[in-house]
Each structure stands twice: as structure tokens, then as C-alpha cells.
Design a protein around this ligand. Structure first.
Ligand code: ATP
Length: 235
């Protein structure tokens, strides 16, 4: 079967800094694929390039068997939605309005239904729907950023370090929600420094080191690998 997302030989540079060097990954429909790697390995650059925010020097990105359009808004309309590192919610808008921004492709009853779906998935967002997003905690902002992304009904949801800066209990909650989305059929591409959590839920994982994929395997295989344990799982 044709993979949902096929990235082939992608290279990206920022001036003289080579951020990605010949990266190839594949995501099958319905999978969770996790990319792990240290700070600065190129994880965010990979997601930003797939989203059309960064132009590659070389390589191809195909989605559902076709090359992706160039413009970020057209890429969203094709079904790829990116939850950026640091959440980037609109702090001066209410939670409800943040969600509505995410739902810009829909109107009327469809939009209202999507809003209710997010409130079901994240009850705290309904409780706080009239509060400004800037008043939320880090974990709540992560939920809002994910809810906002889901409002555009992604076929592929890309999450950049959703666990960053969160207390362990919240990390657990966020990963449970990722699994719930997966069970409901959403395909997920996740990048994380928290290798243990990211590989535990992954169908497939890739390890990115200074811009290159150095290893890949099922989540279970990578968790059991002595090299991965030593480098990424604290021994
Ligand atoms: P982090 O977890 O810190 O976000 P990362 O794995 O996501 O790390 P990237 O943010 O993709 O890594 O960065 C990859 C490399 O590209 C790093 O060396 C970084 O310093 C560099 N880089 C990232 N963004 C830019 C930019 N806008 N201009 C110049 N260099 C950049």
C-alpha cells in the first residue's frame, strides 16, 4: 500500500547550517510514527518543511500519492496540520476563539459540531472557554493547541514536542489523548525528546542525529535496543 506520507532524501540548510541531510521517512495511514532526537537534531525543521514553512534544498514530500502544494494554507487544506513547539496559542483570544481560528475551513453546524467534539475530548477547555488563552497553564495550552489543530479535521496530525516543559502527570495525560486520537483513526507524526514516552506509543520510530536518520524500527524494537537505551533512555 502507498504510504500516507513519503519524505524522500530531504535536505534543508539555514545559511551554512545543514539542519537536515538526506532524510527519508514514511508514515502509513493510521500509524503513530515518532521521531526522537536530541535538542538541535533537526526534528522541528523536518515538521516545518513538511508544513511548507521552510523550503528544502533537495528532496520530495508526497502525501496520499501526490507532491504537496507549496503554500502552507494549501497544505493544511490537504489535511496536514502542525501543532508547533511551544504551542503558539493566541494569548489575547479566548479559548473558544482560538478553536474557531483552527476551524476556519468549516462553517455553521459543522463548525459547531467540531467545537463540541473538542470540548468532549478536552473538558477543561469547555470549562474555561471564555477565558483568554494566555491565562492557561502549559498543559492546558498544549490541549488547546491540539484542539485548535483538530478543528481543521487533519488526516495527518504533526505534533512538535507536546510534552515539553510539562509535569509527568500532564505528560501522561497528553500521551493518553494522543492514543485516543490514534484509536479514532487519526494518523500521527510525533517529534519528541521524551524518547521513552514517544516510542512506547509508536508503531514506528526514527532516530534523528545532527540532521540524519541513524536508526529506525518499530517502537518496541527501538525501546529494546541497547544503543537507544544508552543514548536516549537513561541507560
Ligand atoms: P529543538 O528540540 O531544540 O527544537 P530540533 O531537533 O527541533 O531541536 P531544529 O530546531 O530543527 O532542531 O534545529 C536544527 C538545527 O538548525 C540546529 O542546529 C538549529 O540551531 C538550526 N536552526 C533551526 N532554526 C534555524 C533558523 N531559523 N536559522 C538558523 N539556524 C536554525
Amino acid at each position: 500500500m502507498e504510504p500516507m506520507l513519503k519524505v524522500t532524501d530531504l535536505s534543508v540548510s539555514y545559511g551554512h547550517v545543514e539542519a537536515l541531510r538526506g532524510v527519508s521517512i514514511q508514515v502509513e495511514q493510521g500509524q503513530i510514527v515518532s521521531i526522537i532526537g536530541a535538542n538541535g537534531a533537526g526534528k522541528s525543521t523536518l515538521l516545518r518543511t513538511i508544513s511548507g514553512l521552510v523550503k528544502p534544498l533537495n528532496g520530495r514530500v508526497e502525501f496520499l500519492g501526490e507532491p504537496l502544494p507549496k503554500k502552507p494554507n494549501k497544505i493544511v487544506a490537504k489535511g496536514i496540520v502542525h501543532v508547533p513547539e511551544g504551542r503558539k496559542t493566541f494569548s489575547g483570544l479566548t479559548i473558544r476563539d482560538n478553536l474557531l481560528v483552527g476551524g476556519y475551513l468549516f462553517k455553521g453546524k459543522e463548525l459547531e459540531k467540531d467545537l463540541q467534539d473538542q470540548y468532549k475530548l478536552f473538558p477543561i477547555l469547555e470549562e474555561r472557554k471564555n477565558q483568554y488563552a494566555g491565562t492557561l497553564s502549559g498543559g492546558e495550552q498544549q490541549m488547546l493547541a491540539m484542539g485548535r489543530a483538530l478543528m481543521s479535521r487533519p488526516k495527518l496530525l504533526m505534533l512538535d514536542e507536546p510534552s515539553m516543559g510539562l509535569a509527568p502527570i500532564l505528560v501522561e495525560q497528553i500521551f493518553k489523548i494522543i492514543q485516543t486520537l490514534h484509536e479514532a483513526g487519526t494518523t500521527i507524526l510525533l517529534v519528541e525528546q521524551n524518547a521513552q514516552a514517544a516510542l512506547s506509543i509508536a508503531d514506528r520510530g526514527y532516530v534523528l542525529e545532527t540532521g540524519k536518520i541513524v536508526t529506525s524500527g518499530t517502537g518496541t524494537e527501538l525501546l529494546a535496543s541497547p544503543e537507544i537505551k544508552k543514548a536516549y533512555l537513561g541507560g
